[in-house]
Ligand binder design. Structure first.
Ligand SMILES: [Cu+2]
Length: 156
């Protein structure tokens, strides 16, 4: 009887630990340095950037970004086409490799806020929800930084 109880306890503990391990594995996706560039009072678009880090062993995919800050948010990549830098939507979501990262940074991939509902003022913040294929929705707060930042203006 005593031995049986001990076993139950150990099994219970093992189950609990594996549950914790599963939760830890789910937390493989981290979002860092989410910021957006301040805009003039009237701007048809704005650019935002962030870094997604995947500490897990499984690739994930950023499917879309939802926010009340703009009519819609697109993921763009910048590509050199016959010597002209052009922006193209990232189709089918942006992959975050296992044990890797996905960077949206000035001059490269960026988030394009189409039709901001208000000007983006330096020092303010706004919230958006990143929707991942595996990790699900994640709320992220973007910090608005001045237009005279350390990177060239975003032109379309
Ligand atoms: Cu763009």
């Amino acid at each position: 009887m005593k031995i049986r109880m001990k076993h139950t306890l150990i099994w219970g503990l093992a189950l609990l630990l594996s549950a914790f391990a599963a939760i830890a594995a789910e937390g493989g996706i981290r979002v860092e340095s989410a910021w957006a560039r301040a805009t003039p009072p009237v701007a048809p678009v704005a650019a935002a950037y962030l870094v997604v880090i995947n500490d897990g062993d499984t690739p994930d995919r950023l499917l879309r970004i939802d926010s009340g800050i703009a009519r819609r948010i697109e993921m763009h990549r910048t590509a050199n086409e016959n010597g002209v830098m052009r922006m193209r939507p990232i189709e089918g979501g942006a992959v975050i490799p296992a044990r890797g990262r996905l960077e949206f940074a000035p001059g490269g991939n960026h988030l394009m806020l189409i039709g901001p509902v208000r000007p983006l003022v330096a020092g303010e913040t706004f919230e958006a929800t990143l929707v991942f294929e595996r990790a699900g929705p994640r709320k992220v707060r973007f910090e608005v930084r001045g237009m005279d930042g350390n990177a060239p203006m975003h032109m379309h």
